[in-house]
Design a binder for this molecule. Structure first.
Ligand SMILES: [Zn+2]
Length: 232
């Protein structure tokens, strides 16, 4: 640790956002609290599509591999909302710290392989102008190697309505031809990153377009899975 970092740590001591114990610089959560986020990894399964409870809840026929940090519930649900709508940086850093820890663990497993490219579900232009940033890119950019990112693979048609206020049937109809791509992805493994998987219809519509463009494998990497009982 350099002298400047030491001085900052002394002047502005950081505390865990959950248990308030002192932290090392650049951390938002202590090791003990980080270790509690194991609801989706407690069975040792690195592909959540192989879990029966996840299979029952999400229809992802065009997705081959699913990674998520946890179910959509506090504190992650609060951090995601506070970052998305109030731009609170500590919320982004806490989520990114947990994601980085999970991917460090996954990358050491025997069956893990990094994709050729990681891309993002594009916001509609009006949403991007209104919000001013794509929160998904910010959540993930500290987690993944920069060389993996290509945020310009998918295009979104402007007539598509935002999904958040639609039920499952309306979401599927809304997404019929929502995405397109100009890229050729012959034999590539592409990961789609996102914040919350609600019904799976958005990511699956994007995955279908990637497969039609030649992708041999599509992974979905999200922060949270929404339990079915909370989706209309
Ligand atoms: Zn803690």
């Amino acid at each position: 640790m350099d002298a400047f970092t030491k001085a900052c740590a002394w002047l502005f001591p950081q505390h865990c956002k959950l248990c308030h114990q002192s932290l090392r610089p650049a951390q938002q959560l202590c090791d003990y609290c980080c270790a509690q986020f194991t609801a989706l990894t407690d069975q040792g399964e690195t592909n959540l599509l192989l879990r029966a409870d996840v299979q029952r809840q999400f229809s992802l026929p065009d997705v081959d591999h699913l990674v998520a940090l946890d179910w959509y519930r506090p504190p992650l649900s609060l951090w995601l909302k506070q970052f998305k709508y109030e731009q609170r940086p500590y919320c982004q850093r806490a989520v990114s710290q947990l994601l980085a820890q999970q991917f460090a663990r996954l990358s050491m497993t025997a069956t893990w392989s990094w994709p050729d490219t990681a891309t993002v579900i594009p916001l509609t232009p009006s949403r991007l102008v209104w919000r001013g940033f794509n929160q998904v890119v910010q959540l993930w950019q500290e987690v993944l190697p920069q060389s993996l990112f290509d945020v310009n693979i998918l295009d979104r048609r402007t007539s598509c309505r935002p999904q958040a206020k639609l039920n499952a049937q309306q979401r599927r109809r809304n997404l019929g031809h929502a995405f397109s791509t100009n890229k050729t992805l012959h034999n590539q493994h592409v990961a789609i990153i996102d914040d919350v998987l609600t019904t799976g219809s958005t990511i699956n519509a994007a995955a279908r377009v990637l497969k039609q463009a030649g992708a041999s494998s599509v992974s979905a990497w999200v922060v949270c899975l929404t339990p079915k009982e909370t989706v209309q």
